[in-house]
Design a binder for this molecule. Structure first.
Ligand code: C2E
Ligand code: CA
Length: 858
């Protein structure tokens, strides 16, 4: 069944449609389906365009029920079209069903199901053939059974051909438009692009290629071969390997050395594409060339800079690497990295900054964040861990850099292990005792000062224990220097071990045989620490094959109860120590009562030994007047003065008793006696006949050969023995009266006078006086002080004067501080007076030049 139109009308309609195929696909396709429906009187006409895999169909449907017209939509079939369907279309160009029942049993598939679902009984498909391929169908569907006459098929075929023509035309139009745009792109490309035929003869070069290859103006390229633009060495490579590779895979990319018309060689990244025709033969070759000159130059410069930088780094010994700011992963580590941290190159990439840092993750992260925020960071001296877990000291700096994938951080490390070692050594020297490895006094002082400041401010307590090895001098004298040193070292090690579990600072102090233990008294119990210290010395020590027993004595004090600074704290602990020593106890806790006796006896004794014979010890002389009417200078009392380098001026009462305890007094007395005698022997003028009185300790009197001593002194100085008077204290001679009497007698026999000092303070019995060769009694200033105030004192003085005179002994009153005292004493027939009221102790120079004779007669 066809339409009622005549054959001529139909032909005219179809021809008109054929002419309109250039109007564009959008316009022509509805026309075609409308015309087909009209001419063939079918229910529905649609156009299906196949994708290459026959799965995707592009369906252009035109039907009465459709709102949109034409409707074009992609449609995916689940199955491929039956092969016999397209085969038949290829063979006959039409596929037709007059009744769905005509379909073969094999056809119980998609097509038949499709037709059934849509109620289609008759079908006529005419093939849209483009380039000998069935690219689609013009599909006529009818709801009732009908026969398709040859005429129908002819109309359908002609309409399908018009559809094919329209599609081809549209494609050409599009590709022409696209080709033009591609050409613009190629012309404007910064890369060099060229085309050559299968023989390698160049047919086209874009402007960049012309410029890069050095073609001038519009110099024609036709006839030139690609080879001419290759560096000689690469021509053979192109023939032998590059072109065959490109032929095989269709494309080749790599580096080639190119040659310009001006014979400049440059390196380029090149892509060669091979295009084949329908017959598979190579039609032409496309080339894209990127000149790498700039890049290579830049790379060379970067490499140069890097090499210089690395050379500088090699010299400086610095290490450089980068870290990822997020993962902290290490990259680009140089060879120094291995030297510094011991990691092999292949392990660098798995390391993070956290792996090599001895700090916490938070601290490391904080540094990275700060570097990111500020651009750079001098981290100062930091500790790293090497591959073996050992600490490595470095100086670290970080700089934020623009990495390939976002910001990164460049880290520089300077190895300061040697420096740190040297510094530690110097610190060691400054702060540690080389013999024991314990801290020294410097360290102890600094540590204590910091601790005192911190703890006392918080209301806390600081304790200090001073340990002393007893009878050290004897050990030293008997065993010698080397053994002594060995013992001290062992003692130091033992102390260190014993206190290992306690938070204390241990020091060897005074460079000697004393050890200090500084501790937080709120955290550590002092009695427990004392116990540990004493236990430490319980076992025998060993030196030079000998077992030696060392015993210690200790004292402790506490801040703020006993002192608030380091100096006082150690001094008080020292006083407690000496108290323990004196009382024969192991340990003494400081008690303020202990202080009054001495300052720091031990220290003073040591220092005094060294001070004798130096300018630290000087002598003063205090005038003694005689004769109440003429008040002339009778004599001068010698008084020693000590300017201690640390403690300043020390009165004799602070060191004379100490010197007496250690026998040092003998040396001291001998020294003073000799020096004073020499001075007095040289006195002239008003002092030419003055008596020199010198204080001599009872110890000296008892132990030394006093005769010999005096002989030496008198011979050495040339002083007339009658001008010398020895002052001895009443208490000192009472310890061994007989011996004292013998010594004094010997001295007296030489013509030397004897004065009994501090008379009245000790033994009130005067019975012994008649057995001693005493020339002068010195009334203690305690009595003088009572003159005018205490009758008992006055009476005591009167008694002494009376008694002395009875025994033929002159009486001297010392400590005269006021004019009334002086007047009263003269009125009581005191023979001699001395005191601040008359004159204070003075140097020999002042005594000689100070015009004593103008004040006193002689
Ligand atoms: P001392 O023998 O009774 O010495 C007299 C002391 O009284 C001296 O004190 C002297 O400076 C002080 N003095 C003198 N006039 C007055 C005064 O008017 N008022 C007061 N308050 N004091 C006065 P210094 O020098 O401190 O000597 C103290 C003691 O040290 C001496 O007592 C003496 O026992 C001893 N000493 C001093 N020099 C030597 C010495 O060279 N050898 C020895 N073995 N002992 C000495
Ligand atoms: Ca005296």
């Amino acid at each position: 069944m066809t339409s009622i139109r005549s054959a001529e009308q139909r032909d005219a309609l179809i021809d008109a449609l054929a002419r309109r195929r250039f109007d564009g696909l959008e316009a022509i396709l509805p026309e075609i389906t409308n015309t087909a429906r009209d001419l063939l009187s079918v229910d529905r006409v649609s156009i299906w365009l196949f994708s290459d895999d026959r799965r995707l169909l592009h369906r252009i449907e035109v039907c009465p029920e459709c709102d949109h017209y034409p409707r074009s939509r992609p449609l995916t079939l689940d199955v491929t079209l039956r092969p016999d369907y397209t085969e038949q279309l290829l063979r006959d160009s039409v596929y037709r069903l007059s009744d769905r029942r005509e379909m073969s049993p094999r056809a119980g598939d998609d097509l038949s199901r499709y037709l059934e679902q849509r109620g289609i009984l008759s079908l006529l498909d005419s093939a849209i053939v483009i380039d000998d391929r069935v690219s689609g169908v013009l599909c006529h569907e009818h709801g009732t059974t009908r026969l398709w006459s040859p005429e129908c098929r002819d109309i359908a075929l002609r309409l399908a051909d018009i559809t094919a023509d329209a599609i081809v035309f549209e494609r050409r139009r599009r590709s022409a438009a696209l080709g033009y745009q591609f050409r613009l792109l190629v012309e404007a490309s910064a890369d060099s692009i060229g085309m050559a035929n299968a023989q390698g003869v160049i047919e086209y070069l874009n402007p960049t290629a012309r410029r890069v290859l050095g073609l001038t103006g519009d110099e024609p390229v036709h006839g030139m071969k690609i080879e001419e633009f290759l560096a000689p060495n690469d021509r053979e490579r192109m023939r032998a390997s590059i072109i065959p590779a490109a032929r095989e895979t269709g494309s080749w990319t790599g580096r080639i050395r190119m040659l310009t018309r001006q014979a400049r060689v440059f390196e380029a990244t090149t892509t060669i594409n091979v295009y084949r025709g329908r017959d598979g033969a190579v039609e032409y070759v496309g080339c894209v060339i990127r000149d790498l000159s700039f890049q290579i130059d830049a790379e060379r410069r970067i490499a140069e800079v890097r090499a210089n930088y690395e050379a500088a780094l090699v010299k400086s010994g610095d290490t450089l690497f980068q870290i990822d700011t997020r993962t902290l992963q290490i990259s680009n580590a140089d060879e120094h990295f291995r030297d510094l941290l011991g990691y092999e190159a292949e392990r660098y990439e798995h390391l993070t900054l956290l792996d090599i840092s001895a700090e916490t993750a938070d601290e490391v992260r904080a540094r990275v964040d700060q570097t990111l925020a500020e651009g750079h960071l001098l981290c100062g001296e930091r500790r790293l861990r090497d591959v073996y877990g050992e600490t490595v000291e470095v100086e670290m700096s970080m700089v934020r850099i623009g990495g390939y994938a976002g910001p990164a951080i460049s880290v520089r490390l300077r190895d300061i292990r040697e420096l740190a070692q040297r510094r530690r050594y110097v610190e060691q020297l400054a702060y540690f005792d080389p013999l024991t490895g314990l801290a020294n006094s410097n360290f102890l002082r600094e540590r204590a000062e910091t601790m005192l400041a911190e703890r006392l401010a918080m209301g806390g307590r600081v304790g200090f224990i001073l340990l002393q090895i007893e009878r050290w001098q004897r050990i030293f004298d008997i065993q010698g220097y080397q053994v002594a040193e060995t013992l001290i070292r062992q003692a130091g090690f033992r102390i260190k071990d014993a206190f290992a579990g306690h938070d204390v600072t241990l020091a060897r102090v005074l460079g000697g045989v004393e050890f200090g233990v500084l501790f937080d008294a709120d955290a550590e119990a002092d009695d427990e620490l004392v116990r540990i210290a004493h236990t430490t010395f319980r076992d025998l020590f060993r030196a030079e094959e000998e077992n030696i027993q060392l015993s210690i004595c200790s004292g402790s004090a506490e801040a703020p109860q006993h002192a608030v600074n380091f100096k006082d704290l150690t001094k008080r602990a020292g006083i407690a120590l000496r108290t323990a020593h004196a009382r024969n106890m192991d340990h003494c806790y400081y008690d303020p009562a202990q202080s009054s006796r001495i300052r720091d006896e031990r220290l003073i004794e040591e220092d005094l030994r060294e001070a004798i014979g130096t300018s630290q010890l000087t002598l003063r002389y205090q005038p003694i007047l005689a004769d109440s009417t003429s008040e002339c200078i009778w004599g001068m009392e010698t008084l020693v003065r000590w300017q201690h380098p640390q403690f300043g001026f020390l009165p004799p009462s602070d060191f004379i008793p100490l010197a007496e305890e250690t026998q040092l007094i003998v040396t001291l007395d001998r020294h003073i006696l000799a020096a004073a005698a020499r001075t007095a022997a040289a006195w002239t003028g008003p002092l030419a006949h003055a008596v020199l009185t010198v204080n001599v300790s009872g110890v000296t009197l008892m132990t030394a050969d006093i005769c010999r001593l005096l002989d030496d002194v008198l011979a050495d100085s040339g002083l007339d023995p009658t001008r010398l008077c020895l002052e001895v204290t009443e208490t000192s001679i009472m310890t061994d009266l007989a011996q004292a009497a013998r010594s004094l007698a010997r001295a007296h026999n030489l013509g030397v006078m004897i004065a009994l000092d501090d008379f009245g303070t000790g033994y009130s019995s005067l019975a012994y006086l008649k057995d001693l060769p005493v020339d002068i009694l010195k009334i203690d200033r305690d009595f003088v002080r009572g003159i005018g105030m205490d009758r008992r004192d006055e009476r005591a003085i009167q008694t002494v004067v009376q008694m002395g005179h009875d025994l033929g002994i002159r009486v001297l009153a010392e400590g005269v501080e006021t004019a009334p005292q002086r007047a009263w004493l003269w009125s009581q027939q005191v023979d001699l007076i001395q005191g601040f009221h008359i004159a204070r102790p003075m140097t020999a120079e002042v005594a000689c030049e100070g015009g004593l004779h103008t004040r006193f007669r002689c």
